[in-house]
Design a binder for this molecule. Structure first.
Ligand code: HEM
Length: 121
């Protein structure tokens, strides 16, 4: 389950960076159907795998603040990703959104490694 979780996380981040790159070079490939559907599927399973892992390891986000912070950071990453690819209307906004999303990724990876909350608790 842990390996599946990490694989899905790497896939999610790689796909986001790939789609951002395609958008920056105004590539038509961005319209491909699989690129529109797979991120939703992967992000959904990433969350499910994370929750399953937490349940299996008896980790409760109400007690483990790093886990609560990680779940919130995942939603922030998904939203900033959505902003970058859909809402941002010009290149500077898209680049800013991308940097924001990468900041959340850095927090998530740090939380995964240290299991210590940075902001909560
Ligand atoms: C982009 C998002 C995410 C990334 C990059 C990520 C990354 C990781 C990594 C690298 C590990 C292994 C840490 C280690 O064993 O040293 C891990 C473990 C774990 N993750 Fe995630 N994760 C993400 C999202 C989530 C979410 C949303 C949840 C909860 C719903 C979650 C729950 C867990 C749990 C419970 C573990 C096991 C911790 C332990 O072994 O004590 N993760 N994650």
């Amino acid at each position: 389950m842990k390996h599946l979780h990490i694989t899905l996380a790497v896939l999610s981040i790689a796909l986001f960076i790939y789609r951002f790159t395609l958008m920056m070079i105004a590539s038509k490939k961005l319209d491909r159907k699989w690129l529109k559907i797979s991120p939703h599927v992967i992000d959904t399973f990433l969350l499910i795998a994370g929750i399953s892992l937490a349940v299996k390891l008896h980790l409760n986000p109400m007690e483990q603040m790093w886990l609560a912070e990680k779940i919130l950071a995942l939603f922030a990453y998904i939203f900033t990703g959505y902003y970058t690819l859909k809402l941002a209307r010009n290149k500077p906004m898209q680049i800013l959104g991308f940097l924001g999303a990468m900041g959340w990724v850095m927090l998530i990876v740090r939380l995964a490694m240290t299991r210590e909350a940075m902001f909560f608790g």
